[in-house]
Design a protein. Structure first.
Length: 296
């Protein structure tokens, strides 16, 4: 139901892919006047039917904006192309387009040179999670803190908000760091299912439950690694040290061989562990491997 009122902050939304459309529906449902634009005008029709106003051009949409101008486009190049030549003086630009930290920093300078205020955002959600607080989705924001505070209420409508600093690149950095960790987790899940693949009498659903519970418990190790990186003491609170884990890796590899599973998803990290042990740090936990990647 559209509870449209003029008391809510007007929102301008450029980009109506699946995520942009989900964002637009959430703002409309919360009563925010919404102006939308999309390169393919037909994509605006469902939101117009729900109460949004469609602008004929991106320039028209930005010119009429009195609240945040939200960008949810394909990539950073699309942002540049969409806003090229548009007068941005005095506008509040909130970029929710997926980008790299360096692109976000450069785009912030680009916007400021044109007289605009800038926030970058990294969406930690998929479209079905938008507008559903119980789903747990949220958005990282970084850049102008005053701008974030000015529009915090409107920005919190589609998903939770987490401000991560004045450096415009920090939202993207948090986004990519979490997605990178997720990718590593998916690699482990893929390897685990490959291991049990030949066993026809195993219940995959039951195994999946065990796997999800185990990964959830093990994910808490991130807290210990963070504490060790902060203190510089990589042996603090260690219960399974690198020497022990590196020795156990031989069993993991032997099992993969016996199950005819390619261990290629695991061996790069195992090699990092082996290198750290070879450097004389077998009594450490996993924190010491971070520096081998150049992260510390």
């Amino acid at each position: 139901m559209n509870t449209h009122t003029t008391s809510k902050t007007p929102v301008t939304l450029l980009g109506l892919g699946d995520m942009g459309t989900a964002l637009g529906r959430a703002w409309l449902a919360a009563g925010h006047p919404l102006t939308v634009w999309n390169r393919t005008p037909k994509r605006a029709e469902p939101l117009v039917g729900a109460g949004a106003r469609a602008a004929g051009t991106a320039a028209e949409a930005v010119a009429a904006a009195t609240g945040p101008v939200i960008l949810c486009l394909l990539d950073d190049a699309s942002v540049g192309e969409t806003l090229d030549g548009i007068d941005l003086r005095g506008k509040d630009i909130v970029n929710l387009t997926t980008n790299t930290p360096a692109e976000a920093q450069q785009r912030a300078r680009w916007a400021e040179e044109r007289g605009a205020r800038f926030l970058d955002g990294g969406i930690m959600a998929v479209p079905p999670m938008i507008g559903r607080p119980e789903a747990g989705g949220y958005v990282f924001y970084s850049g102008d803190p005053a701008l974030f505070e000015r529009h915090r209420e409107a920005l919190a409508v589609p998903a939770g908000t987490t401000f991560v600093g004045e450096d415009p690149g920090h939202a993207a950095l948090h986004d990519i760091a979490l997605l990178s960790a997720m990718t590593g987790m998916f690699a482990g899940i893929t390897h685990a299912f490959a291991l049990i693949g030949p066993e026809k009498d195993l219940d995959r659903a039951r195994f999946a439950t065990l796997l999800a519970e185990w990964l959830g418990a093990m994910s808490r190790s991130a807290l210990g690694i963070a504490a060790q990186l902060e203190s510089g003491n990589y042996t603090e609170g260690v219960t399974s040290n690198l020497a022990m884990m590196t020795a156990a890796n031989g069993t993991l590899l032997a099992t993969a061989r016996d199950q005819s599973v390619d261990p290629g998803l695991l061996t790069p990290y195992m090699e990092l562990m082996r290198r750290r042990v070879a450097q004389g740090h077998g009594d450490e936990g996993l924190a010491g491997t971070v520096g081998l990647l150049g992260g510390e």
